[in-house]
Each structure stands twice: as structure tokens, then as C-alpha cells.
Design a protein around this ligand. Sequence first.
Ligand code: TYD
Ligand code: MG
Length: 451
Amino acid sequence: MKAAYACAACGASLAKWAGQCPECQAWNSVEECRSAIPGKGNPRFSGYAGVAARSEVIPLGAVDSTEQTTRSTGVAELDRVLGGGLVAGSVILLGGDPGIGKSTLLTQTLARLASGMRALYVSGEESPQQIRLRAQRLGAADAKLLLLPETCVEQILAVADQQRPDVLVVDSIQTVYTQQLQSAPGAVAQVREATAQLVQYAKRSGTAVFLVGHVTKEGALAGPRVLEHMVDTVLYFEGEAGSQLRLIRAIKNRFGAVNELGVFAMTDRGLKEVSNPSAIFLSRHQEQVPGSSILVTREGSRPMLVEVQALVDESPLANPRRVTLGLEQNRLAMLLAVLHRHGGISTYDQDVYVNVVGGVRITETAADLPVLLAVLSSLRDRPLPKDLAAFGEVGLSGEIRPVPSGQERLMEAVKHGFRRVIVPQANAPRKPIKGLEVLPVLGLADALQSI
Ligand code: TYD
Ligand code: MG
């Protein structure tokens, strides 16, 4: 076998060890791994002599096109991020910080699924007693769930071949190792090889496989980043420490939309679905305070109302702070520049802090306009009207650009009792919406005037 090296952060294969990965520039992430396939000696092309073509080609039209059936997991918010439900033979990677609720979610889901299908929970981290205790807490102690405390992937697959589960959970992939390699569990090569075997098993048997992956900031464990290419669906658990709210975001999905968001709340009896997240994200102020605006966002296929807060305060620093939570910091700097250049309002001597309430991360540009409104409201120390919401992208020349699904966003705003919405001109509805005053704006100047 030939010595080889791989980066734990990005998965790049290297011929030599290096302190810094030449691909992703991460430090101390390169580890030795032995390639499972022995080197073939001279790598130079020497023809295909001796290789008989045994694989067959299939015309595209002749491929079996029966639709892949999805099966509901019984947890609607999880179904949403999965793109409708579980697909037989698919591999789903669930990543997230330690303690965020990965094991809880999968225990709950599997306990529910176990009534209708065979479900096997492989745990390399917890003893069956611990899992049973958790299940008791979740009110699922009598579920027909099968447990297997095991970390050797060959063993896991041997048991799975015998038990023929319809759904299999491996918690977590970092604890699993293959006998074929000598490195410790959690090393890049181990994680990659074990995953490859589990993926192969899923495709061969039609079992849906959930893999739990840890992410650590130090990159000491091989993070799930390496695995993202190998699996069908990648879900990430997000949430603020200290907050009950837990969000699951689909980062990649071969069977559904990406960026779909599932919302849960962690309670003392497990994760509860939040089917109407707008109600949670809107903070409950009695009276309106300066520096707060309401954004109608759309994560995945669902519109949501979220409060954006801004604090603008005189800065003692030569380089005033621009701090964002839940938004991109560079975007804020850009918006402040547009506000100055096209709105004539300067903030060069002010610290600006912007926060999205509830720990949601907003990834779309529709937040631009509400962010500017919140900043302005804080700067002027004047609250915005209570029944006002907004959305819209701000362009570099001060124009307010349309965003997708304007109509849906407006309907969500009406549903939650908002009476006025500032929208980009191109998003204004053709027909008036009952009970809603739509304020279409073309440029930043219009927007400033409309408040
Ligand atoms: P867990 O699912 O073990 O996290 P992970 O597998 O992602 O590491 O969740 C552990 C946290 O969740 C722990 O801090 C306790 C909390 N928790 C509750 O608040 N309520 C519950 O019903 C359960 C089972 C856990
Ligand atoms: Mg766990």
C-alpha cells in the first residue's frame, strides 16, 4: 500500500504532508491515510489492453422511470427538508454541533417509523440504556425499534443484511471504522471508507440510511464536509445556544429543494414541530421600539415573517463596527454605502449592529430593504409603524430590485395582521389584496419617503 495524505477539511488528496492544505488553506488538517487500492506502479497511460468491457450502456429512454416514492416520516417539518419524505435507498447526512438534538430527532423519528417498517438504530456513542432513557423521555419507550451498539462497519452491514431494515441510522459516522484501514476512527480515510460502504449498502438494499455527523470548529474529527459529495441529502442543524429553537436546513438534496427550512423547538419531552414559524420569530414587544423592522423572507418554499433589529450608536473608534448576527457582514457594509451615496444618510461615525431575531440565518437578498429601514429607524430614534412589513433587494445604484414569490410573501404578511408592506415595484400585485396597503418603491429615495 502507498502512503497518501488527505485534508480533513476539504477532502483533497495530497501526495505529501503539508502544514497547510494547498486546496482550502486550512491549517493542520492534513492527515496520513493509506489508500485502500494498492498503487498500480507506473501511473502513465499504457492502454486498456486486458480489460474486457463488461459494463453495459443503456439508452436514456430505456431507463426505468417509475417515480421514486417518498414515504412520510410522520414528522412534517422533517419531510419538508427531505423533499416530501424518505426515499428508499437514499443516504441522508445530518450534521450539527454536539448537543443540538441530532440523536433526539432521529430517535423520535425512528420510534414513529418503527410502527410501520423495520427500523435499526446503530449507536457508536451511547449505550442501549442511554438510548432507552432518552426514548422514555420522548414517550417512545415501547417503540418497536431495534438497537445495535456497534462501531465496525463490516459488522453493522452484516447485521443489516440479516435484519433487512427499511431505515437505518448510524449515530455517528465519526465513531465508525472499517477493518480495511489502520487509522483511528474519525480519521478522514476511515470516515470516507465507512461512508462509501454504507452508501453502497443503501443503493444495493433500498434501505434509507441516516448518517449523523459531528462538526467541530477545530476540524480534529473529519468533518462531514468530506462526505457531502457522497450522500444524496445533506441536512444541517442550526440553532443558537440558549435558545429553544432548532432549524434544519437542507444544504443539498437530490430529491427536493435546497435551502428548505424545518423549524423545531426543543422541549423537555423532545423536539416539537413548529408549523407556523412566523409566530415565533416575531418578537413580542408591547409597543414599537426604534430599530426594529419586519422582513417577509422565504426560506425554501415557505414564506416567514422575521424581525430584524438594528442598533446605531455613535462610535468612539476610527473604524466603526459593523456587526451582524444572522446576516452577511459585507452585505451590511454595502447597504450602508448605498444609504450614504443614494440616500444622503451617513453612518461613517456610527457603530452599526444588526440582528435577526430568533437565531435564523437569512441567506436571501430580500432582507436588504428591511435592514436599511431598521438602521434608519434606530439612527433617527423613531419606531416604524407596528403594522408595517417589507422586503426587497437593494442594488448598488440605489434601485430596489424584485425578489421571487412576491405574492406569497404578501399573503403571509396579511395572514399575520400586517396592513402595510413596502415592496419593490416589480413585486406589486396586479390585483389589490384585501386588507393590505401595498407601497411599491422603485428606488431608495421612494423607500425613504414612504416611511
Ligand atoms: P442530543 O440529541 O443528544 O444531541 P446530539 O445528538 O446532537 O449531540 O440532544 C442533547 C440535548 O438535548 C441535551 O442538551 C438535552 C436536550 N434534550 C432536551 O432538552 N429534551 C429532551 O427531551 C431530550 C431528549 C434532550
Ligand atoms: Mg448524539
